[in-house]
Design a binder for this molecule. Structure first.
Ligand code: SAM
Ligand code: SF4
Length: 381
């Protein structure tokens, strides 16, 4: 049976952080209840329209902030998924969490319903920085949230940490990561702050109210963070992701391995039968349409062999393991070395790419300028 990942978007937050452009609106009880009914309808719609049998091996509640909604409603969604799909007994079931809403009451229900991975947004353990970027928690609350999750028996915990924040120092980053690692988390997503148009921080930078770190400072922060994590055996396995061996995020690996998943809820993306599509980012129309059993899905790409190959190369080279040329040949019936001889020679001579055994991978410099490397594999029309 084919494997499938399911992503469920929870488009609510208590308060919008100043840097974030993920689709979410301010939470309220009434919108939540309408939304849950709409999600249940979309899952039913997949039950009625998927024309193959799948086994679901990853479920990912993301957002927004899944921990703001009533935990009983998350249970309802999971029960619905379980009644519609066959779920692998070892499925990874992940929930993104904000420290302030990761309460004992919530944790108890998450444990009972089979959630087995928590991804907690810590961002930084410097209170000034947390305040400036608009977080609703302080550093003490962030660390307490990790302790609480562990008390309720969650051992597979990820912490999201951001760097490249104005006024952040290398010492801040090192202290933040060390304190988080002391809590024995198994995985850290280490994101470089990117200013997104339409966010308050984007405007603040345009109006010179904040100054972003320079490019070389950003790299210094990245190297410093990576050293702290690798010293403690949290190994980099993707450009922004570090984990103890065996704790890599299975759901995210699906994205990088070009495997199939469906996304439920506004702004959620899907990849099924070589088609990439997404739901519009509009909660009201999603709820109204769902009541009438209408699901507008915007098709981004019907991918042909050329697109699939290019995307696969980019995704695999983001992983530190790199691209396995035998898997590549089995998947596309194309010999990687023959097809890209010129590019590979150029990139190896410039120390951007290397190979060992069956794997071709980016060097550290290649990782730093990965977009330049990816361009070399772009299909010519
Ligand atoms: C959808 S949020 C989920 C976590 C939860 N909502 C919270 O914030 O506590 C996913 C993560 O993306 C990262 N993120 C969001 N916007 C970002 C940006 N503009 N640049 C870099 N990372 C960002 C943050 O680390 C955040 O924790
Ligand atoms: S970072 Fe998390 S809590 Fe903050 S606005 Fe984005 S989704 Fe909401």
């Amino acid at each position: 049976m084919k494997k499938l990942g399911i992503y469920v978007h929870i488009p609510f937050c208590r308060q919008k952080c100043k840097y974030c452009d993920f689709y979410s609106v301010k939470w309220n009880d009434e919108s939540e209840n309408k939304y849950i009914d709409a999600v249940i309808n979309e899952i039913n719609n997949y039950r009625d329209t998927l024309n193959e049998k799948y086994i679901v091996d990853t479920i990912y509640f993301g957002g927004g902030t899944p921990t703001v909604i009533n935990p009983g409603n998350l249970r309802r969604i999971l029960e619905k998924i379980r009644s519609v799909f066959e779920i692998d007994v070892h499925a990874e079931i992940n929930m993104e969490a904000n420290p302030n809403t990761l309460t004992e009451e919530n944790l108890k229900v998450y444990k009972e319903t089979g959630i087995n991975r928590l991804s907690i947004g810590i961002q930084s353990l410097n209170d000034d920085i947390l305040h400036k970027i608009g977080r609703i928690h302080n550093s003490r609350e962030a660390l307490e949230a990790i302790d609480r999750a562990k008390q309720f028996g969650f051992e597979n915990i990820n912490a999201d940490v951001m760097f490249n924040i104005p006024d952040q120092t290398i010492a801040d980053i090192e202290t933040t990561l060390s304190k988080i690692i002391e809590k024995n988390v198994k995985h850290i997503s280490f994101y470089s702050l990117k200013l997104e148009k339409g966010t308050p921080m984007y405007d603040m930078e345009k109006n010179r109210k904040i100054i972003m770190p320079k490019e070389d400072e950003e790299r210094e922060m990245y190297y410093a963070g990576r050293n702290v994590m690798e010293d403690k055996n949290l190994f980099q396995y993707e450009i922004s992701n570090f984990a103890l061996k065996g704790y890599e995020c299975k759901h995210n690996l699906k994205y990088w391995n070009q495997e199939e998943y469906i996304g439920i809820g506004p702004s959620a993306h899907s990849f099924l039968n070589d088609i990439r599509y997404s739901n519009p980012s509009d909660l009201n129309s999603y709820c109204l349409n769902s009541e009438a059993n209408v699901f507008e899905r915007k098709i981004h790409e019907v991918m042909d062999q050329k697109d699939l190959i290019f995307e696969y190369i980019m995704l695999r080279l983001r992983l530190t393991e790199g691209l396995n040329v035998v898997d590549f040949k089995n998947k596309f019936l194309v010999d990687f070395y023959e097809a890209y001889l010129k590019q590979i020679e150029y990139l190896i001579n410039n120390k951007l790419l290397e190979y060992s055994g069956d794997f071709v991978k980016l060097t550290q410099t290649g990782m730093d300028i990965s977009n330049f490397v990816f361009e070399k594999f772009m299909p010519q029309n």
